[in-house]
Ligand binder design. Sequence first.
Ligand code: BV8
Length: 233
Amino acid sequence: MADIRNIVVLTGAGVSAESGIATFRGPGGLWEGHRVEDVCTPEALARDPELVHRFYDLRRAALAGVVPNAAHLALARLDAAWAGELLIVTQNVDDLHERAGATRLLHMHGELRSASCASCGGREAWEDELPPGSGCTLCGAAALRPDIVFFGEMPYQMERIEAAVAGCDLFVSVGTSGAVYPAAGFVQMARYHGATTLELNLEQSAGSAWFDTTRLGPAGELVPAWVDEVLAR
Ligand code: BV8
């Protein structure tokens, strides 16, 4: 691998699968309980706020029953040891990267342990149930919603992500199907800017053709091995 200084790691539901959090498009995936249009769009929130708030309340409560796995721990080890630039961009809304110790991290699709205000746009930490009409502590409006980026909504911190992807020497994707944009397009942007690209996934994904290398297997095995490799350089 050419000289590496700046790394971007994109993670998806597959990095949390071995912690017991269901992925979206696997057997028994989260969406199978609901059609995505019924729980992850602004229209769904307007149509049935109780259903949408309850869907995210259940997932927030489930965080108490899971712990980071070897993949999260390995990425946190990389974060602590890597002298160059590193940004972990997660599509996941769970808190397992943080609980593993990662700090150079951002959640592009929001976070379960947060609420956002439909009135003032403010975000605030939220641990318990979030009934529709909950009051925003910043502006007082009864307009708090799950702090989740729904389909059709702009992901968070896109400028920061795009700057990191354009400036990285190595782009690594872990545990994502490459089904959802703009995240699925980051590998193409990285390639365009000359980065080496590596995919670590259980199976071939919709984006595999864009990666220089794809390693197939569980993240709990592939990620620690890759972190050892890159730290030994
Ligand atoms: C936007 C919320 C624009 C949180 C999510 C047509 C073409 C291109 C794009 C579009 C289009 N039509 C519509 C769009 C846009 C749309 C989109 O991409 N749709 C897709 C379906 C075609 N995108 C959007 O709407 C985005 N916004 O475009 O805004 C805009 C512009 C201007 C102004 C305003 C707006 C917003 C997308 C965000 C939606 N929210 N989640 C939550 O509820 O969790 S998306 C949801 O699915 C997740 O967050 C995640 O990001 C995404 C993808 O899922 P994955 O993480 O990849 O998980 P998945 O189950 O699919 O795959 C798991 C993988 O892991 C598998 O490959 C599996 O093999 C692997 N795996 C399993 N176990 C393991 C493993 N790997 C390793 N180890 C294991 N043990």
